[in-house]
Write a protein that binds this ligand. Structure first.
Ligand code: ADP
Ligand code: MG
Length: 359
């Protein structure tokens, strides 16, 4: 069990790199607390696997430091870090039985036979592998093999952390749900730090108590799911979390007023705007509602999407696409309408980064 600290960590796969574009990970300083359930969320290629492999010791970072409970492990191999890692594709010994596969990491560490047996059976039961314990791994389905991999990751009771790199990719959707709930239950039971890598926001938000969002080699925000929803620290978090994501439109902001597409929007806070940066405002569709023409900002209605439990209006505000909620009982929707934005939910961004306003 460990608190994991990354200090000024950065990584380039190119030796002697100096341009920011050469870095798969841009400088980051971040602490993962002991016992946390973390999701590392971001699109393909943003650096998730690189970061995970640096934490596990499969990769030595070109810059910075990794510490477990204050001890520098930056250059220690995986075996000396006491980490379990589960990969996207099954890593199992085909010629061994399921039982032997699960027992292997324990026997390897010198655990005695009775303890091994108890632990193997406990993990097998949890993953519903008990009926297959005596079968060779070779003949099993991809799902079952990946469950063995998960089991091998979870079986050691003494690990500092368990790292999962998109572990449910090959698992069918129904089982995916079940396994994710099991991982979550196991996390509660084990009090171990877990880091779960995914590009899927639903997976991240349901598994984790802290979601770390990565974009282009950077950690752009780490927070609880509700924080990422309410207060995206970066426009990327706004887009990437939520469906549809946050509306982001170019604006000019001065004090407590924003101008968008020739219209003025009053802001609840006052902003000091840095010179020479791209200024945008961000509003989630959940906090913007369609209204009759003449109320709020003038918009044109492109279409209405029926989402079952709610309706979503696809609008144009000046030249910009904008999504808003359709309140119940609005009545007939004409081509021109109004848009009402809840003032407390407007964020101001400079070059993508959220500015904090002053009351
Ligand atoms: P993710 O897991 O988020 O998809 P990766 O960490 O695998 O992202 O990759 C981040 C960046 O580093 C990508 O641009 C990728 O092409 C590059 N990269 C990954 N592994 C290597 C490698 N072994 N050598 C060179 N470049 C790599
Ligand atoms: Mg990856």
């Amino acid at each position: 069990m460990a608190r994991i600290e990354l200090s000024e960590l950065a990584h380039s796969y190119k030796p002697g790199a100096s341009r920011p574009g050469d870095f798969a990970l841009k400088p980051m300083t971040l602490t993962w607390r002991q016992g946390g359930a973390y999701a590392l969320l971001g699109p393909s290629g943003c650096g998730k696997t690189t970061l995970l492999n640096i934490i596990s010791g499969l990769l030595i970072p070109s810059h910075g430091r990794v510490a477990f409970d204050g001890r520098d492990v930056t250059r220690l191999p995986t075996e000396q870090r006491n980490i379990a890692q589960v990969f996207q594709f099954p890593v199992v010994y085909d010629t061994m039985t399921v039982y032997e596969n699960l027992a292997f990491p324990l026997r390897n560490r010198g655990m005695d036979g009775t303890a091994v047996d108890g632990r193997v059976r406990e993990i097998a039961a949890l993953l519903e592998l008990t009926p297959a314990l005596e079968r060779k791994a070779r003949g099993l389905t991809a799902d079952a093999k990946q469950k063995i991999s998960l089991g091998r990751g979870l079986v050691r009771p003494d690990v500092a952390a368990i790292l999962f790199d998109e572990p449910l990719t090959v698992i069918d959707p129904q089982l995916k749900w079940e396994l994710r709930s099991k991982l979550k239950a196991l996390h509660r039971q084990l009090d171990v730090t877990m880091i779960y890598v995914t590009h899927d926001q639903t997976e991240a938000l349901t598994f984790a108590d802290t979601v770390v969002v990565m974009h282009d080699g950077r950690v752009v925000q780490a927070g609880r799911p509700d924080e990422l929803f309410e207060t995206p620290a970066h426009t990327f978090v706004g887009y990437f979390i939520g469906s549809p994501g946050m509306n982001v439109v170019p604006a000019t902001v001065s004090g407590n007023q924003a101008r968008v597409a020739g219209e003025t929007i009053a802001l609840p806070l006052s902003y000091e705007i840095p010179a020479g940066k791209r200024i945008e405002i961000g509003v989630r569709p959940e906090f913007a509602t369609l209204a009759p023409a003449g109320e709020g900002l003038p918009v044109s209605v492109e279409r209405i999407d029926d989402l079952g439990r709610a309706r979503l209006a696809r609008l144009r505000l000046g030249g910009h696409a904008f999504a808003a909620s359709v309140p119940d009982g609005l009545g007939e929707i004409a081509e021109t309408a109004g848009l009402i934005i809840q003032p407390g939910h407007i964020h101001v961004y400079a070059d993508g980064e959220r500015l904090s306003g002053r009351a």
